[in-house]
Design a protein around this ligand. Structure first.
Ligand code: FES
Ligand SMILES: [Fe+2]
Length: 332
């Protein structure tokens, strides 16, 4: 039995961006399984990173004629895992490397370890719309548990401290009415802010903020969205790929309405602001994972601002949840 929640174990996960995959193969990890990604004439292919001959890592080899060449004895395998060449023999060996299903969506290369995979990965709004300027940011893997990484993105209470001055202000808080909506396959928290943010990043990028929203699309996608007056200003959708029990590789997709400013300027600003934020989050997540490793099973105290955490936890683990909606007054 998989140590991962069933929905995660059976799900589709991005393992690389299309842009990352150049001539060399990429070594990736998905739920403790080393994988190799490489380019073929039919698009990206994903194999278990294990040569059927002597178990060498195929990712250490090279891509030749759309096949991956094992660095040990030079056997080549195509995208379907078929051996196409066995050097020194007249015919290729009749052994196969294990190929995984592949889909390309939103600039990402997706695969699944499921025995009978679902049809397609689910993509939340606004990933498939054209009226947004978008860019993808493949983030370095972090030492972090999947649940903690997802919650970190959607948690409204830590930025005042961990990202003080950049994302939220430590000194200034304003009353905010929040609505928390939980459905069988979705959870969101909508914070009605109607204020000019006090911290540097939103001040420069947004102006007056109407609402901010945190959304969870089970089992592994989180999204934060910031709106001006009824208009989306910025949506950050993050796909969290579990590499191991305590390492996560996030892929962040940024979307801003087209037209306001040149896309490359917005991308430059968003990246510049998020580099320190990301470093702060990574450090906190690492310390969290270390504490959990030292003290045994994770235990979480639920605070009054932890609006989405119970839903994230339940939905990620495939537990049945009641449809619910509630309003809460808090100060952000
Ligand atoms: S181990 Fe791969 S060709 Fe021998
Ligand atoms: Fe954060």
């Amino acid at each position: 039995m998989s140590a991962y929640p069933k929905a995660v174990a059976d799900g589709w996960h991005p393992i690389a961006t299309l842009a990352e995959l150049k001539r060399r193969p990429l070594a990736r990890m998905l739920m403790d399984k080393p994988l190799v990604v490489f380019r073929t004439a039919n698009g990206p292919a994903v194999l278990l990173d294990r040569c059927p001959h002597r178990n060498m890592a195929l990712s250490l080899g090279a891509v030749r004629d759309g096949a991956i060449e094992c660095p040990y004895h030079g056997w080549r395998f195509d995208g379907a895992g078929r051996c196409t060449l066995t050097p020194g023999a007249d015919a290729p060996a009749r052994h196969e490397a294990s190929a995984l299903p592949v889909q390309v969506a939103a600039g990402l290369i997706w695969t699944t370890l499921a025995a009978s995979p679902r049809a397609a990965p689910a993509l939340p709004h606004p990933l498939e719309e054209t009226k947004f300027d978008t860019f993808l940011w493949p983030v370095r893997p972090s030492r972090a548990r999947l649940l903690d990484a997802i919650e970190n993105l959607l948690d409204p209470a830590h930025p005042h401290f961990l990202h003080a001055g950049i994302v939220r202000s430590r000194q200034v808080r304003k009353p905010v009415d929040a609505t928390v909506r939980v459905r069988a396959d979705f959870a969101e928290a909508i914070y009605v802010e109607n204020t000019r943010p006090a911290a540097l990043m939103p001040r420069m990028l947004e102006g007056l903020r109407g609402r901010s929203i945190g959304r969870f699309f089970p089992p592994t996608i989180g999204q934060v969205a910031f709106e001006g007056a009824n208009r989306l200003r910025l949506a950050i959708t993050v796909f969290f790929t579990p590499e191991t029990q305590d390492r996560v590789r996030p892929f962040a997709h940024f979307a801003t309405p087209a037209g306001a400013a040149p896309a490359f300027i917005k991308e430059g600003l968003l990246r510049a602001f998020h580099i320190p934020v990301l470093a702060q989050d990574r450090a906190a997540l690492r310390r969290q994972a270390e504490s959990i490793a030292a003290y045994g099973p994770a235990r979480y105290a639920l605070g009054p601002l932890d609006l989405l955490f119970p839903a994230i936890q339940a939905l990620m683990h495939g537990e049945a949840v009641q449809d619910s909606e509630r309003c809460v007054r808090l100060h952000l």
